[in-house]
Design a protein around this ligand. Structure first.
Ligand code: PLP
Length: 370
């Protein structure tokens, strides 16, 4: 494999472990002596059925998914599920109303999309800035809601839940696009979990949906068949041609995760990585500033500002940081266009040494510019 000297801190599509890419490279022209690439394989062939079943079984093992949960591999990304969730679940109750917890850009987008298909009730009013999560005692949950939706990790702002919201029996729906498989999670607490692949799972194209069986079958008549949980569950996710290569890569990433020690080992490693980063930020005396409250600081994405001596945000210095880092092979550190600054994404595939390289650069940069 060509050397990969670049460290890709992208929020997604994100770094894929070298071992996964090397295996894919080895199998690119001929998958396990079939003489064809997975890309060229019929989604109904025995070989592909083996690939998709292997991905599902390995995921079940990694997340300890209970038997009464179905795993679906769907098209459309996280955004597809913003609509998919509403079209499949609004009808769970006559209210056709769902509770939404808005803690950042992505949960706000999910709520906006859901408004097309039913009533959306916000459990606390929308705020100007997404720096914290209001205490659950202040949430106004609707007992008649069809479901409660939240985003476990807001990729743009770097706000991550350290707890699973208690919803008194109302099905809990979670967008885990940017922190799935980064730590163990009790699946039985959720009605539905969904996640796009391009961060911790592999390459863009496939969206994972883990759904409790009894929640399947409430899709509205207008729901397109490819987004209907009932149709897709009834067809083992091959109602139509699924994103086959993306499902294959996903299976390889799951194999890699098992080899690494699973979600428990990932949680330990991710904590070690993010501690290195936050220790440096907190010791920088305000040069680096992470606006998110420490109780919900994300382990996956950190939004960061750089200040000049007078304490004001220094956009020129931020640009210099991004340019200098890129010259040293560290890329994709620019903050989301909506909030500016820097963003450092430390998904599963980023290793501790790569974080140390970044930390050393951050320390040098501060010494040079403060
Ligand atoms: N949800 C979260 C938490 C995300 O980070 C993203 C994209 O970055 C999305 C949803 C949207 O995903 P997609 O681009 O796959 O539609």
């Amino acid at each position: 494999m060509a050397s990969r000297k670049i460290i890709n801190f992208s929020p997604g599509p994100a770094k894929i472990p070298e071992q996964v890419l090397e295996r894919a490279q080895k199998e690119l022209l001929s998958y396990q002596n079939t003489g064809i690439s997975v890309m060229e394989m019929s989604h109904r062939s025995a070989d592909f059925v083996k690939i998709i079943s292997h991905a599902e079984n390995t995921l079940r093992e990694l997340l300890h998914i209970p038997d009464d949960y179905q795993v679906l591999f769907l098209p459309g990304g996280g955004s597809g599920q913003f609509a998919g969730i509403a079209m499949n679940l609004m009808g769970l109750k006559e209210s056709r109303c769902a509770d939404y917890v808005i803690t950042g850009t992505w949960s706000a987008k999910a709520a906006k999309e859901a408004e097309k298909y039913g009533k959306v009730h916000l459990v606390f009013p929308k705020r100007d800035k997404y720096h914290d999560i209001p205490d659950m005692s202040t949430w106004k949950l609707n007992p008649d809601a069809s479901y409660v939706h939240y985003c476990a990790n807001e990729t743009v702002h770097g706000v991550e839940f350290e707890f699973i919201p208690e919803t008194n029996g109302v099905p809990l729906v979670c967008d885990m696009s940017s922190n799935i498989l980064s730590r163990p999670v009790d699946i039985s607490k959720f009605g539905v979990i969904y996640a796009g692949a391009q961060k911790n799972i592999g390459c863009a194209g496939v969206t994972l949906v883990i759904i409790r069986q009894d929640l399947i079958g409430y899709d509205m008549p207008e729901c397109p068949s490819i987004l209907s949980y009932k149709v897709q569950a009834g067809n083992n996710s091959v109602y139509n041609t699924p994103p086959t290569y993306s499902i294959y890569i996903m299976g390889l990433v799951f194999d890699w995760l098992v080899e690494q020690g699973g979600c428990e080992a990932m949680a330990k490693r991710n904590l070690e990585k993010v501690k290195l980063l936050y220790d440096l930020i907190d010791a920088s005396k305000g040069f680096y500033h992470a606006p998110v409250h420490h109780t919900c600081r994300s382990r996956m994405n950190t939004h960061l500002r750089i200040s000049s001596a007078d304490g004001a945000v220094d956009e020129k210095l931020e640009k210099e940081f991004i340019d200098e880092a890129a010259k040293k092979g560290m890329i994709q550190l620019k903050g989301h266009r909506s909030i500016g600054g820097l963003r450092i994404s430390l998904y599963n595939a980023i290793n501790v040494d790569e974080v140390r390289t970044l930390i050393d650069f951050m320390r040098e940069f501060q010494e040079k510019h403060q």
